[in-house]
Design a protein around this ligand. Sequence first.
Ligand code: AMP
Length: 249
Amino acid sequence: MKVLVPLKRVVDFNVHIRLRPDGSGVDKTNVKMSMNPFDEIALEEAVRLREAGKADEVIAVSIGIEKTQDILRTALAMGADRAILVTAEEDVEPLNVAKILAAVVTEEKPQLVLMGKQAIDDDCNQTTQMLAALLGWGQGTFASKIEVVDNSVQVTREVDAGLQTTRLSLPAVVSADLRLNTPRYATLPNIMKAKKKPLDITTPEELGVKVRQRLTILETVEPPPRQPGIRVASVDELVDRLKNQAGIL
Ligand code: AMP
């Protein structure tokens, strides 16, 4: 079984985001970029499936600018067998990403696409669902446990009411939630080995996809600053403040 793992290059989760002065978006100049954390979890799971003998090959794929090769090399060092970069402008919308991924799926014919539940930069949480719809495959989103059984995958999903277990026939698209696993670090020897692993570069046009952006960002603003907390002397004061200042009671 081949597993395809789509990875997005995003602003590192430790970075304090700054906005461009004209409000047109996030300023990424000289900012540390990394693999989207949920995608790291998806990749770890794919590598574990291969290590357990349930998968034969793990292919990492990313759609982004030339520099995106850095996260693909990290993916190769974490255990992906090969990587594909589809070069595109920055900030490709989920529907375009899904269309490009569908074209990669048509070429590579994986049995399982294992991706992150959402990208932490735009928080869209759309690409998995769109990809599954475009392919006409089953989808198991927000997975906290994955088991490949014969020709199906059993996915335990984190839903509001608790955990829901579903079984999907393969091929299928599954998205990883935070508690699925703890990703490994890429070791120095594996980083060195990763330099020799194959990384193919292609374009949406070569895959037969025309990228057409449909969304326009009108404005990006900082959230309102949080009011500092205060220490109250007694329960009476707390109740009084909740009633008369916060207007909660
Ligand atoms: P989103 O719908 O933008 O929240 O992204 C959900 C998931 O889709 C991510 O966790 C990635 O696995 C995948 N994805 C989104 N954008 C890209 C991209 N540019 N390249 C590869 N995978 C992506």
